[in-house]
Design a protein around this ligand. Sequence first.
Ligand code: DSN
Length: 417
Amino acid sequence: MSDYRSLKSVDPVVYQAIADERARQNFGLELIASENFVSRAVLEATGSVLTNKYAEGYPGRRYYGGCEYADVVERLAIDRAKQLFGAEHANVQPHSGTSANMSVYFAVLKPGDKLMGLDLACGGHLTHGHRLSYSGRDFQVVAYGVDRETERIDYDAVEALARAERPKLIVCGASAYSRIIDFARFRAIADQVGALLMADIAHIAGLVAAGLHPSPVPHCHFVTTTTHKTLRGPRGGLVMCQEAFAKEIDRSVFPGIQGGPLMHVIAAKAVALGEAQTEEWRQYQAQIVANAARLAGRLIGLGFRIVSGGTDNHLLLLDVAKAGLTGKVAEKVLEEAGMTVNKNTIPFDPNPPLVASGVRIGVAAVTTRGMKEPEMDQIGDLIAEALRAPEDGAALAGARAKVRELCGRFPLYDALM
Ligand code: DSN
């Protein structure tokens, strides 16, 4: 049954789809705030023979034989995560951010317990208590929002709500929020009402690791993240906690909510977490922050409105209603012009999420390609060009040609083409 034929010869249809996707990534501007391009080393580990291995349990305590090399990569990933974030305990097995969050909830909450998180419409995440997610179905949810004027979290309002509702767990962190999150203030609020505190840093993990955003680790009982956004690792999750909760979290991940870990992905997490310990990587994170600020400034200069007036991190929310569009239309128009973004609600959005009044724009992926401030100006101009001519096919084709030329100057996965 051994089969060493290439993918191309075994399954040309799948091969072609992957080749087309590689070309799409190479010749388009990836501006989805939650996406990034991994290094060749991370890609190699993700595609490695570790995909074949069952390793239920934890290093040194497995339910299967033959786990000696699985143990090597998992121990490395754990140690590097702890070192990078200064965490007391790390579990690198969650398959995703959603699983990481679930592992915390199931460790410390019972069905019906009260959970408080940022409203999805104000930049939160489905797993922070949205009614269509397990988090909103199994727990009683209290949502906090942002201030209507500043479009930033109003910590006094969060405090008042927490005092009135007395949640068992407060979740801070976001998927579409461009400002610094005050984790120390959240901890003070949690302490006042006897709540546990979890930070979901899926979006800003790279910035936190590089010291460009205050760390939640000293303040939070639990910190969850994905590994594939600014952190630039493989698609997956990670949960960190104080030592006192280590056993509960480990039990909650396995056997609580998952079976066998994805050892190839864990190996790739180890590689990414190793890459993140270098000075070069810290400079890359600083460039992400500089690029986002530059792009926001350029768009504001071109007359666009950015939610909260700018950004402190890797993303910005562009209010396209002010430009006479919906998020849905803007996403499509930008795609025609070769730029991938996602429609996103803005605070107090009158439109539903599938229409929305904004688009979320992130710069981690384009920064990975080596783009800097001059390219951010060019991207801002291209966004404006497209959004100002949403029905002009020739104008969009013109923008698309410029996008292709720009991408050609910053090749991606060159050696793999
Ligand atoms: N889907 C991710 C994002 O785009 O932010 C969060 O899960």
